[in-house]
Write a protein that binds this ligand. Structure first.
Ligand code: HPA
Length: 276
């Protein structure tokens, strides 16, 4: 399939709008949107103005790219992402990741909301991803081979341990409960059945969600270092008594939004201090 999505074009558009050239990129998922409020903003661009960016359909996701400083560190923040369950192709879902790579981002932090499978997890906990299981039934690298990037991408160390340690440090200094674990991605948008959750737990998953994995795969293909963090917004299906709802996800996200913003602020700060 020939595509007319052009990450180079969109990256040039972004570069024209600001003199800032951050190497740190952060994608804000549900629960993490408040980090924008902590930013010293240089430039803000709505996704609709960027050629190729899919519109954002999830409540609470702004759909804008922001360049500025977070914790005194230059950073590019994507507030909102396109999800596979919205009907976008994998190419569309990962387009922004390719734009960031073209722009010159070297380290990418992906954040999301997830359901907790691990019995020690509670809603409101945060989890640093140590690895993932791709159960989306699709891979963003499927299709014509890229002339610039490897066809068969190594995934043995998808999540950078150094960045993971920085995240843990930042989380502890923000006073929140931070765990580590394996994120399993499903396509959604239905939540899982209790039988699926029992199966996923046996496969080694600690949390389940509907994003992040396609972006992590493409980021690794482009040679970016990746870190990722989940906000555990609910116990996975069958783990608690109650039925799952998006309202519950949003409610937990709302409760922890200031902690999550502080966490990202501290992460950007220690990241900047380390790079100096
Ligand atoms: N399952 C899948 N995705 C999610 C969940 C869940 O329980 N919570 C937040 N995103």
């Amino acid at each position: 399939m020939k595509s007319n999505l052009n990450p180079t074009l969109a990256a040039r558009q972004v570069a024209k709008l600001s003199k800032l050239r951050p190497v740190l990129g952060i994608v804000l998922g549900s629960g993490f949107q408040e980090a924008i409020a902590r930013m010293e903003v240089d430039t803000e661009i709505g996704y609709q103005k960027l050629a190729g960016f899919p519109p954002v359909g999830v409540t609470g996701h702004a759909g804008k790219l922001v360049l500025g400083h977070l914790g005194n560190t230059p950073a590019l923040i994507l507030s909102g992402r396109a999800h596979y369950y919205e009907g976008h192709s994998m190419e569309q879902v990962t387009f922004a990741t390719r734009v960031l790579a073209e722009f010159g981002i070297q380290d990418l932090l992906l954040t999301n909301a997830a359901g907790g499978l691990n019995r020690s997890f509670r809603p409101g906990d945060f989890m640093v991803l140590t690895d993932h299981i791709n159960f989306m039934g699709a891979n963003p690298l499927r299709g014509p081979a890229s002339p610039r990037y490897p066809r068969f991408v190594d995934m043995t160390r998808t999540y950078d341990p150094g960045l993971g340690n920085l995240l843990r440090r930042a989380a502890r200094s923000s006073g929140l409960r931070v765990k580590s674990g394996v994120y399993l991605a499903v396509s959604g948008p239905s939540y899982e059945t209790p039988a699926e959750i029992r199966a996923f737990a046996r496969l080694g998953a600690d949390a389940v969600g509907m994003s992040t994995v396609p972006e992590a795969i493409v980021a690794r293909q482009c040679g970016l270092k990746v870190a990722a963090m989940s906000c555990i917004t609910n116990l996975a299906a069958g783990r608690g008594g109650a039925a799952l709802s998006h309202a519950e996800v949003l409610e937990t996200a709302e409760k922890v939004k200031n902690l999550a913003a502080q966490l990202l602020y501290n992460f950007a700060k220690v990241y900047g201090e380390r790079a100096e």
